[in-house]
Design a protein around this ligand. Structure first.
Ligand code: SAM
Length: 313
């Protein structure tokens, strides 16, 4: 769609006095070539429903509209941006719906009441989640949404909606890191066992206003039909978190913290059943190794009541 002539984002910021708030880690993109480049990574948006998280003054929102989205739900926590978003709502003839809320609390299950729900094994729904969020929000948010992928609820009640989100470059690299990569971490396993994850490109910090101290990675997620580990999310999360407790040590040391001190037999059982080598470092482990460790852990948790709740601290 073609939007009617509008003030530039820089003019919008000046017009509405939208000084970036440091506490909300606000860094805006004013260059619409860059917002177009980001939005292109989401794929074909013709007729799509999009949830944009943290639209701020609306640069990305404009690109989303111009790439053909027919329904753009924007969720913005900071009320100062509402007038500039309202301007976009009018210019787009009502294609923008505005929600003032914290995305960490907003219930996305009811966000697109008119969209038919797709079978998980079927086509990808024409719903996209797009956001350039503050770094302190994007990491807890992706963990929440990965859990929602595994439960097929929240934004994924509609099917395998795709996500395109920005992260601090180092976090983006962790999300896509393969075995033996020094960046391989808890986030790599959690994201990759549930989604196909792609680091589309990185943006230098200086492209934002005001510029953050770090560069930014644009990451695309497509939920997998079949997760690579088939046990409940919380169990994978706990196993992976403990395994990475001691990054540079043998993975056995982290796994040991899942069990009481006097149950080293259970750690031994984990490695024997899974046939994972206990002297590998956590970042050497493949997805298949984590899957076999998860099944061994699930088996122990099912057999010994209360063991999953054990907290070594
Ligand atoms: N998308 C705009 C852009 O690219 O120029 C703004 C990006 S700025 C980094 C992040 C935006 O997210 C800000 O508008 C901020 O107010 C908003 N935000 C921060 N925390 C949020 C939250 N928990 N829920 C919704 N919006 C949030």
């Amino acid at each position: 769609m073609r939007l009617p002539p509008l003030p530039t984002i820089r003019e919008i910021i000046r017009l509405y006095g939208l000084r970036a708030e440091k506490q909300l880690s606000q860094n805006f993109i004013l260059d619409l070539n860059l917002t177009d480049k980001i939005v292109r990574q989401a794929g074909n948006l013709k007729g799509a429903s999009v949830c944009e998280v943290g639209p701020g003054p609306g640069g990305l929102t404009r690109s989303i509209l111009q790439h053909g989205a027919s329904d753009v739900l924007v969720v913005e926590k900071d009320g100062r941006f509402l007038p500039s978003l309202e301007l976009l709502r009018e210019a787009s003839e009502g294609k923008v719906r505005i929600i003032k809320d914290d995305i960490l609390k907003y219930d996305m299950e009811t966000a697109f009441p008119d969209i038919p729900k797709q079978d998980w094994n079927g086509d990808i729904p024409n719903i996209h989640i797009i956001g350039n969020l503050p770094f302190n929000v994007s990491t807890p948010l992706i963990i929440n949404w990965l859990e929602a992928v595994s439960n097929q609820n929240g934004p994924f009640t509609y099917g395998r909606s795709n996500m395109l989100l920005t992260f601090q470059k180092e976090v983006a690299e962790r999300l896509v890191a393969r075995p033996n990569d020094p960046q391989r971490s808890r986030l790599s396993i959690m994201a990759q066992y549930l989604c196909k994850v792609k680091l589309s490109f990185t943006i230098p910090g200086k492209a934002f206003v005001p510029p953050p101290d770090v560069d930014v990675g644009v990451v695309h997620f497509t939920p997998r039909i079949d997760p690579q580990i088939k046990v409940p999310f919380k169990l994978v999360e706990k196993l992976v978190r403990h395994t990475f407790h001691f990054r540079q040590k043998h993975c056995e040391k982290g796994v040991m913290t899942l069990f009481p001190y006097d149950r080293s037999d259970l750690t031994q059982e984990m490695f024997e059943t899974s046939e994972v080598h206990p002297t590998l470092r956590p970042f050497n482990l493949t997805m298949d190794d984590f899957a076999r460790l998860s099944y061994a852990y699930l088996h122990i948790c099912n057999r010994i009541p209360g063991i999953f709740e054990y907290n070594y601290r």
